[in-house]
Design a binder for this molecule. Structure first.
Ligand code: RM4
Ligand code: NI
Length: 283
């Protein structure tokens, strides 16, 4: 294999003395495999994409956080309105005399940030962007102090991104079920497994053992339950009910609904209409 591209300090830092710089990527475009002469913190604000680091794929979205060392090789293979900040830094330029290895994790590179952590980090990064663009000594010191503040905030508000495979099986199921329920209209099992680094095959098997159905069947049943509820208790149009339940095509929704319940969506709704009218007439 050919050597990957190596990004040079001189191209990304305004001066040879400044220890930190902010490279905001709004948007981040696809970017080929590369290593760096510097270190990099990546904080994802919005959108999604496929980030590959040292040959491992990560489906990334808001709240993802990566600590990238010079020798880590990474790329952005696909992007979808991906917005992130790269906080790039050169440890040998720090002058405050701190033991930086204490503040920056060595082993674990992929983390997630809480919403609160994102808000706090964002405001420090805004200040960092301003200070690091200047060149006087005080600005360099302030930049270093702000960077310390940032890494401490990240430490306090981050959590491990890829612990799901270490969870006991029961908790893997909880995680899966709450994800299905929470994203009824858009749930995708492969994405879920990629995100949590779980084996799709093993998870399907576990799900089947415990519930007697596949995750796909469970998802379909939940969607049908929601559809019945909406048809029965709201005046929403059938097309809207279909969309809320994850069906882009309302004809296809009608086919599935009829197959599952033995009734078309409008016949199903009709029953309750008649019931309601009779009740109203009786009064
Ligand atoms: C690129 C990409 C790279 C980063 C450089 C500074 O757009 O985000 O990962 O190293 O910027
Ligand atoms: Ni990079």
């Amino acid at each position: 294999m050919s050597k990957p591209l190596c990004l040079a300090k001189a191209d990304y830092f305004p001066s040879g003395l400044m220890p930190v710089a902010i490279a905001d990527r709004a948007p981040q475009q696809t970017f080929p495999s590369h290593i760096h002469e510097f270190c990099e913190l990546v904080i994802v604000w919005r959108g999604n994409g496929l980030h590959v680091m040292n040959d491992r794929p990560w489906l990334i979205t808001c709240g993802d956080l990566f600590y990238i060392s010079p020798e880590d090789c990474h790329s952005y293979e696909s992007v979808n309105e991906l917005v992130l900040d790269n906080v790039i830094y050169c440890p040998e330029r720090f002058r405050l005399g701190l033991d930086w290895s204490q503040f920056l994790p060595q082993e674990k590179k992929a983390w997630r940030l809480t919403t609160r952590g994102m808000a706090l980090a964002r405001s420090v990064i805004q200040q960092l962007a301003q200070e690091s663009a200047k060149s006087d000594r005080l600005s360099r010191q302030l930049t270093e102090a702000l960077f310390l503040q940032l890494v401490l905030i990240l430490q306090r508000h981050r959590y491990a991104a890829d612990v799901a495979w270490q969870l006991p099986e029961g908790e893997q199921l909880d995680l899966l079920m709450s994800a299905i329920q929470g994203q009824l209209a858009h749930f995708d099992l492969s994405d879920f497994c990629l995100q949590h680094q779980l084996s799709e095959r093993a998870l399907k098997q576990l799900f089947r053992q415990q519930t007697g159905m596949t995750p796909g069947q469970y998802l379909r049943q939940l969607r049908m339950c929601k559809a019945k509820f909406l048809l029965r208790s709201t005046p929403s149009l059938i097309g809207d009910v279909a969309a809320l339940c994850g069906f882009e095509d309302s004809n296809y929704f009608s086919v599935v609904f009829t197959r599952e319940t033995g009734m078309t969506p409008s016949a199903f709704r009709q029953q309750f209409e008649q019931h309601r009218q009779k009740k109203a007439a009786a009064w």
